[in-house]
Design a protein around this ligand. Structure first.
Ligand code: ZN
Length: 150
């Protein structure tokens, strides 16, 4: 993250500049304290979360999109700590299924490709799947995307 982006986020978090998007009125699932915190706002500036907390009118500007969640739950992205993107799952189909249920990261074994091709197999597998991890703006496989790296 650049210095400028950090400053932008801090200015929004402190109410000096409005957010781009507000998710208002959600219930935040705090996975550390096991609490559910009501009436939470999440303020997004650019591609990052700048603020999570009590409603703050200073976060709303004339161009801010406000989405009312009406008590829907907000939770951090979950991590699938053990999967097999090297052999069992097709990455695109896995990503669509996992993202729909809140998984935003996965740790995959690479044993199949490593056993078959060694480091070269692992490297090829990682590069073929990298776009899923790095850029979700590219089309999914069902939308005509591919697993080929650029
Ligand atoms: Zn396994």
């Amino acid at each position: 993250m650049s210095h400028e982006e950090r400053v932008r986020l801090m200015n929004t978090a402190q109410g000096r500049t409005p957010a781009d998007v507000i998710l208002a009125g959600g219930q935040l699932v705090n996975v550390y304290s096991a609490e559910i915190l009501p009436h939470v706002w999440v303020a997004i500036k650019g591609a990052r979360i700048a603020y999570v907390g009590a409603p703050d009118p200073l976060l709303v500007g004339k161009d801010t999109e406000v989405h009312e969640l009406n008590g829907r739950f907000i939770a951090p992205g979950f991590i699938d700590g053990h999967t097999h993107l090297d052999s069992i799952f097709q990455v695109g189909a896995y990503a669509e299924y996992a993202l729909a249920f809140g998984n935003t990261a996965a740790v995959s074994e690479v044993a199949m490709t490593a056993n078959a091709m060694g480091v070269k197999g692992v490297t090829l597998g990682l590069s073929a799947n990298a776009w899923i991890v790095d850029d979700r703006t590219k089309p999914s496989l069902s939308e005509g995307g591919t697993c080929e790296s650029e």
